[in-house]
Design a protein around this ligand. Structure first.
Ligand code: AMP
Length: 359
């Protein structure tokens, strides 16, 4: 008799494989442990998640033998970052399910595909154009006006981006792409940046968290604030946008959708097919946080209650800001340190979430 297929609903004691061993993988592993699930982390470099997982594989994403052995040792595979190479997925997918699925990953890996996909669902995005040559950039600037040029692939935390105020910036912006295919987006004079974290279960159920207001500095998230005021007028629309994306992608797991509020309207900037930095506040302010919600979804469990019981401000601790851990620990908020061995400028070392009564 052939081996029984891996169960759709993974009982406690099953193992969740996690590609990527950074802070998101670490918090996923902690959440899984709370539910009696084991985790196996796969990470080529230093792995803060390895400290809290049952098993750690240190190998590259090109190592097909290591990927195969990893896949055979787990019951489902998920990931903490969206740039998982396609070949690595090929090696895993024949052995165990990968959740969220390939479509979400492929679409989110390319900013142009992402914009086309989102706008194809009737959801507003910034006006944009594909830029593969200097001529296309000039044409895009002439048509769209001031904007921002971004590499289509492998950009994060504001990297691979160049502001264009007018044609005089075209040379520098084009050079900054270093020959990589790019997308030119209209500059959005947004009133605020918000994000919505939502989840879809294997049964198709959708849960959306309240939207949070995000403040970035140097392209890196500094704070997320979740209050009644932050969500006013946009809560239902943000949840509907997330729900439409989740359904269209036949998604299983947590998604993070970044939005601009401009002229009272919501425009999708981008989505991440994973747990998201702007959802860390849910650990303190919700009964079931984004990490547990993601683990529940990929393990085929029912989703949990995502309602918020408090207002919350999440502050990232970047670079040497985490050196203040003693003072922050004394300050009453929920402190998280990621266990990273080396402090570097711009590196996310931890975060702290402070609660106040719900508004
Ligand atoms: P991204 O990597 O696309 O998330 O961009 C990083 C940050 O740059 C965003 O959080 C915004 O603050 C800013 N940004 C990106 N795209 C635009 C745009 N089209 N208009 C205005 N600001 C933008």
């Amino acid at each position: 008799m052939a081996d029984a297929p891996k169960a759709v609903v993974l009982p406690p004691g099953s193992t969740v494989g996690i590609l990527g061993g950074g802070q998101l993988g670490r918090m996923l592993a902690i959440a899984a442990a709370r539910l009696g699930l084991r985790t196996h982390v796969y990470e080529p470099g230093a792995a803060p998640a390895g400290d809290v997982a049952a098993q750690l594989t240190t190998a590259s994403y090109d190592d097909l033998d290591a990927l195969g052995a990893f896949a055979r040792s787990v019951d489902v595979v998920t990931y903490e970052f969206e740039n998982v190479p396609a070949r690595a997925l090929d090696a895993i997918e024949g052995v165990v399910p990968v959740r969220p699925g390939r479509r979400a990953l492929a679409v989110s890996q390319d900013r142009l595909d992402e914009k086309r996909f989102v706008s194809g669902l009737g959801i507003a995005v910034a006006d944009h154009a594909a830029v593969g040559s200097r001529e296309e950039l000039d044409a895009a600037i002439a048509r769209i006006g001031p904007g921002i040029l971004k590499t289509r692939r492998l950009g994060y935390d504001g990297k691979g981006q160049a502001r264009v105020r007018g044609p005089e910036d075209a040379d520098a912006a084009f050079a900054a792409m270093q020959g990589a295919p790019a997308i030119y987006e209209a500059w959005v004079a947004f009133e605020r940046e918000v994000s919505v974290i939502a989840a879809r279960g294997l049964d198709g159920a959708v849960v959306a968290y309240d939207p949070g207001e995000n403040v970035h500095r140097d392209g890196i998230l500094r704070t997320t604030t979740v209050t009644g005021a932050a969500g006013r007028g946009i809560r239902a629309d943000a949840a509907l946008i997330a729900g439409r994306l989740l359904n269209a992608l036949d998604y299983v797991g947590v998604i993070g959708v970044e939005l601009f509020v401009a002229g009272g309207r919501l425009l999708v900037n981008e989505f991440a097919p994973r747990v998201h930095n702007s959802g860390h506040w849910t650990i303190e302010a919700c009964v079931v946080d984004q990490f547990q919600q993601h683990v529940r979804a990929v393990a085929g469990w029912p989703l949990g209650d995502g309602a918020r019981h408090s207002d919350a401000v999440m502050e990232n601790l970047i670079g040497d800001e985490a050196d203040r851990w003693r003072e922050i620990a004394a300050g009453g908020g929920g402190l998280h340190l990621y266990g990273k061995a080396e402090t570097r400028p711009g590196r996310k070392m931890g975060h702290v979430t402070r609660l106040s009564p719900k508004t």
